[in-house]
Write a protein that binds this ligand. Structure first.
Ligand code: AOF
Ligand code: ZN
Length: 367
């Protein structure tokens, strides 16, 4: 059973989560103001550049905020950014207690907001539903701590771990509901990344197509070391979504110009023993404003991310089918380990049935 603080914090988390996909690069934040066990104000951060969650909640609460409790999923900010510090607003509102789910990992805040409130004599409690709050803002936390995009490896496989037949045929592994779920994932991220092999084999458009009609398409990122992307590839149609081609830094300027003329951004990076340098690429993509990436294969690209330690999360769909065959393709190609203890360990976070299929969410095991 949830206690009262957890109940209101859960509401704040739900409010925050409703803006998934709309706040990047900013965090998802929700706020609830409660007086005498009645909700007098609610707010959420809807979009970067728009007011913070607390501002909406205090606008709604008005005078009722006096002596009330504020529940907020992230520490109120202490800096002058696109908006003035929320900690000042909290102080002036007259609330007597503030319950915070987690400290802000943004180095310009990092505890200063909490300190400001404590110095003003407000009772502050930190850590209510902290784990949920950290999950909700896993992308933002990763960005703040590493200055890199958060990478989600997504693949769909049969019960026996195959993503395609030996010919590469894969339409479709999973059912309609799971495929619709992937479009929600695309809507939530800034970038979607595939290798040029996938572009040549399937000519995907890599856009977001949700039944509900809304949804934004992420920037398409193609890893293409020698710029082999065909002229007529759907991903080069930049009217649908922006495209970034990542190539090796030894590709000629003339060849690069053929793509930049079409409005495509070309990002040269160095190579290493696994192919293009993922670290350097991620750093550059982050400076281009890409805060999270859905990695959609193929299996060589997946392997290259795995081997360079660049996967932050797995979203795996498992179809109720057994394909068999030792030539059928598996999610990760690359190196063939000989011992079981060479495996990359993960931790399962959740499993859900999506239509006929299963969806497993896992994270690389720390330590
Ligand atoms: C938000 N929404 O509700 C809260 C945030 O660029 P700015 O000025 O909007 O500031 C963004 C920073 O403010 C963000 O990185 C985080 O540290 C802090 N809190 N941000 O976008 C909110 N409470
Ligand atoms: Zn703020």
């Amino acid at each position: 059973m949830m206690n009262v603080d957890e109940k209101y914090m859960q509401l704040a988390l739900d409010l925050a989560a409703s803006a998934k996909g709309n706040t990047n690069p900013n965090p998802l934040v929700g706020a609830v103001i409660v007086k005498n066990d009645m909700i007098v104000g609610t707010g959420l951060h809807r979009k970067a550049g728009e007011p913070h969650a607390e501002v909406h909640a205090f606008r709604m609460a008005g005078e009722h905020a006096k002596g009330a409790t504020l529940y907020v999923t992230l520490e109120p900010c202490s800096h002058y950014g696109k908006t003035p510090p929320c900690a000042n607003l909290v102080k002036e509102s007259g609330v007597s207690r503030v319950v915070v789910a987690m400290q802000d990992p943004n180095p310009t805040v990092a505890g200063r907001g909490i300190q400001l409130l404590k110095d003003a004599g407000i009772v502050v409690e930190v850590g209510v539903l902290e784990q949920q709050a950290r999950r909700l803002n896993e992308r933002f936390i990763h960005n703040m701590l590493s200055q890199r995009p958060f990478v989600i490896s997504k693949f769909a496989m049969t019960l026996d771990g195959k993503i395609a037949t030996h010919t590469g045929h894969s339409k479709w592994v999973t059912g309609e509901a799971a495929r619709e779920d992937v479009h929600h994932l695309r809507h939530e991220v800034d970038g979607i990344l595939v290798g040029v092999g996938t572009v040549i084999a399937d000519n995907p458009s890599l856009t977001t197509r949700l039944k509900e009609g809304y949804g934004k398409s992420p920037t398409r990122i193609i890893m293409d070391s020698s710029l082999r992307t065909p002229d007529n590839a759907n991903v080069l149609n930049t009217e649908d979504a922006p495209t970034i081609l990542v190539c090796s830094d030894d590709v000629s300027q003339e060849k690069i110009a053929l793509f930049t003329e079409k409005g495509v951004t070309v990002l040269p990076v160095q190579k290493n023993e696994y192919g293009l340098q993922i670290d350097e690429m991620l750093e550059k993509l982050y400076t281009h404003g890409i805060t999270d990436i859905l990695l959609e294969g193929g299996s060589k690209i997946n392997a290259s991310f795995l081997q360079q330690g660049a996967i932050d999360k797995y979203v795996v769909y498992i179809a109720p089918k057994v394909l068999g065959g030792n030539l059928s393709l598996t999610p990760f190609a690359g190196y063939n380990p000989s011992l079981m203890h060479e495996a990359w360990n993960v931790e399962f976070a959740s499993f859900d049935k999506i239509g006929e299929d299963l969806r497993i969410i896992a994270y690389p095991k720390q330590g």
